[in-house]
Design a protein around this ligand. Sequence first.
Ligand code: MRU
Length: 330
Amino acid sequence: MRWLDPGEGGPAVEVLDQTLLPQHRRSVVCRDIPTLAEAIRSLRVRGAPALGVTGAYGVALGALVDGDAQGAAATLSAQRPTAVNLGWGCRQVLAAGPGPAVMLAAARRLDADNTAACQAMGRHGAALLGDHAKVLTHCNTGTLACQGIGSAFGVVRTAFEAGNLGHLWVDETRPLLQGARLTAYEASVLDIPHSLIVDGAAGALFAAGRVDAVLVGADRIAANGDTANKVGTATLAVLAHHHDVAFYVVAPTSTIDPAAADGAAIDIEYRDAEEVRTAVGIAVLAPATTPVWNPAFDVTPAALITAIVTERGVVRPPFQTGLATAAAAG
Ligand code: MRU
C-alpha cells in the first residue's frame, strides 16, 4: 500500500488488492475511512506490519478528509483484533498530532522505519540459518504483508541473495491460502527455489528430514513470548519440537504487546464460515449448512519457540526480559 499525495490523485491510501492475487494486480484507492476499513476487514491489505503502516496513514487520512483522527483510529483498529500493529500504528500517529500535516509526516516516518526494520530482521535472521538451509514457512510474511522485504520471508530472501538458501517450503495456509496465493507468488517473482505443500503435508515433510528450520511471522507477541500468528502455526511448532528442528518467529518490535501477559490475553479473530466452506469463494467445498469453527490465528506457546528475531536483535528464551528490553528500546 502507499500514500497518494494530491498530485497523484490523493489524498488517499492506495491498496494493492491482495484478494485478487496472483491472477490480477489491481489497486483500490481508499479516499475515506469506510473504504479503507473495508479493505482491511476483507484482507485486501493484510499482514501485521503492513496493517500498522496502513493504520498510520489511515489516521492521517481521517484527519485530512474528516477532521477526525480519533474516529479514524477507532474504526480502523477495530477491523482486525489480533494484529496488534494496526492499533499501534494508529496510536503512534495520533500521539504525533494534532494536525493533519504533522500526522502525515509521522505516518511517513513510521513507514520508513518499518522498511528499515525488515532489512535488519533479514540480516539477524539469516545469520541464524545453517548452510543452505531448507526452510518451511506459513502464511505470507513478505513485501505484501510488511511493505519492506518482509519479516520471516525477508530472512529467506536475505539468505537467498547471499547464496545460502537450500529451499523454501510454502504451506498453502488454508482457508484463505496466503501461502499459495501470495508467498508462492513473491517467491516466483524473485526466483527463489520453492515448493508448495498442503498444510497437512507438513508432518510428512518433517519426517522425511526435509526441514532444517521453520520461519514464521507474528500478529501479536505476548510479554512471555507466546505468539499469535496465522492458524496452523502452532501445529508447525509442535512438529518442529518433535523433530528437533529450530522454530523462529520473526517480527518487528511493534508486534510485541507488553500489555498481554501471555497468550491467554490475546484476542483471537474469528472469521466467516464461508471462508472454510469454499475455496476463497471460488469453489464450494462443503454443504452450506455445515457448521464451521474458523479462528484466523492460533497461539504458539513460548516453550516451543527457539528464538524471536526482531529488528533490534535476536531474543532467546526465557523471553520476558529480552522482549521487554527490545520493546522499550524504541
Ligand atoms: O490474516 P492475515 O493474512 O493478515 O495474517 C497474516 C499473518 O498471520 C502473518 O503471518 C503475520 O501478520 C505476520 S506478517 C509479517
